[in-house]
Design a protein around this ligand. Structure first.
Ligand SMILES: Cc1cc2nc3c(=O)[nH]c(=O)nc-3n(C[C@H](O)[C@H](O)[C@H](O)COP(=O)(O)OP(=O)(O)OC[C@H]3O[C@@H](n4cnc5c(N)ncnc54)[C@H](O)[C@@H]3O)c2cc1C
Length: 383
């Protein structure tokens, strides 16, 4: 199925062979970080896919990374790919905005997974409305002191660092709400940083936390980009993030359709394979067509991004459309599997729960549409 994955390196195909459905099913069931996969992926320098070779990475572009994500998600890796994606997205921030010291210190380590980065923006009082964040960083004795709390910080127990957005100038004193925010590199071992686990619906290979920051100190050298311009430092990586999550959706849709098609060919009801009924074929065929369209949208956005173009609207379109296609595909697949779709054995149930996350992250479906309406159609900003 599909016309994708052709250009994926052999090392990635070998990874897919080594970590089959059972591996991900077990990690999810036990709520365990996929340690073995992560070590192997780091050996192949996949967290450094986008990092130039002179910094120890693979020097790939976003389109190439998307192909890899689609391929692995197509093999049932689902949101187990999360740590790879976060390291890759963080590397973009360092490449674009890091000082030469930050680039030299962080990029080679991100590439091999010695540094694992989490992105921490969201707060209880500010999810979609990012600019209303209240975590603040104040200068005291030549260092920044950070106080506040963050929601949905992933993988904190395994991460070494967070890229954390905090307000450095009160919103009343800036000309635009996007200003006055600064991006910091915060060690997860910092004194004053504590966290509480959040129980969630899926993506059980990665733990998610609420973070509390009480007088967490960071040096001025740990600012990425310019003080008060942290949003600017994040935006390009956030566009890439939307595109790469579109790729995750496409791969997961492909996985579900393949599982369901295989099942439909062998499962006999009323004396014939259920796949011989158009009522079974059509939803799968429809999802296949929509997933293929999502693939084209995703790769088009990635290519725009790679050529330095304005990928923002296409990134939102790709994320929105691919997510919608994937949600429908996993739902259709579950239905074709009948009662067995509801069981753990066929993995559709697992990816069904995982992929629900894409309804709200990395941008909600509604905010993606609001952005497309504003920037793509010049309609008044609605948010
Ligand atoms: C598993 C998981 C992992 C995550 N990982 C991270 C991470 O690594 N780092 C991080 O910083 N955050 C992370 N997030 C947070 C995620 O980015 C936010 O949940 C998301 O931005 C939405 O914010 P919110 O949940 O506060 O929803 P809200 O902003 O409160 O919105 C609630 C609902 O209202 C809708 N809505 C709001 N305003 C409008 C409007 N103007 N028009 C139409 N609809 C609107 C939204 O679309 C949504 O459906 C994660 C979330 C999850 C669930």
């Amino acid at each position: 199925m599909g016309f994708w994955g052709v250009a994926v390196p052999e090392s990635v195909k070998a990874l897919a062979e080594r970590y089959g459905f059972e591996y991900w099913r077990e990690k999810g069931r036990m709520k365990l970080f996929p340690e073995e996969f992560w070590i192997d992926a780091c050996r192949a320098r996949l967290p450094g896919a986008l990092i130039p070779r002179e910094y120890g990475g693979l020097g790939m572009n976003l389109a190439e990374l998307c192909e890899i994500v689609i391929y692995l998600a197509g093999k049932g890796f689902s949101t187990g790919l999360y740590p790879l994606l976060t390291n890759a997205m963080s590397s973009l921030v360092f490449m674009d905005w890091g000082t030469s010291r930050q680039r030299e210190v962080f990029l080679p380590r991100i590439a091999v997974g010695d540094v694992v980065v989490g992105l921490s923006v969201t707060e209880k009082g500010s999810g979609s409305d990012v600019f209303s964040i209240e975590t603040e960083a104040r200068m005291a004795g030549g260092r920044y002191v950070i106080n506040g709390a963050k929601m949905f910080a992933n993988n904190v127990e395994r991460a070494s660092h967070l890229l954390l957005l905090a307000r450095t100038t009160p919103v009343e004193r800036v000309s635009k709400r996007s200003l006055g925010l600064t991006l910091f590199i915060v060690s997860t071992k910092s004194s004053g940083l504590t966290y509480r686990i959040l129980e969630k619906m899926g993506t059980d290979y990665i733990s998610t936390y609420e973070l509390f920051l009480e007088n967490v100190e960071v040096s001025q050298e740990d600012v990425v980009g310019n003080v008060d311009e942290g949003w600017k430092a994040l935006v390009r990586a956030l566009n890439a993030d939307r595109i790469v999550y579109a790729a995750l959706a496409i791969g997961t849709a492909q996985f579900s359709i393949e599982q369901a098609s295989k099942y439909a060919s062998t499962r006999k009801v009323f004396g014939k394979p259920i796949g011989a009924n158009q009522g079974i074929q059509f939803p799968l065929a429809e999802s296949y067509a929509e997933t293929s369209a999502g693939y084209l949208l995703c790769m088009d956005a990635a290519r725009d991004f790679d050529s330095g173009g304005r990928a923002d609207v296409k990134a939102c379109m790709a994320k929105y459309f691919a997510t919608k296609a994937a949600l429908k595909a996993v739902d259709n697949a579950l239905q074709v599997l009948g009662g067995y779709g509801y069981l753990r054995d066929w993995d559709v149930e697992r990816v069904f729960r995982d992929i629900m996350m894409l309804k709200v992250g990395p941008i909600t479906q509604e905010l993606a549409l609001a952005y497309i309406a504003e920037k793509g159609l010049n309609l008044p900003r609605s948010y």
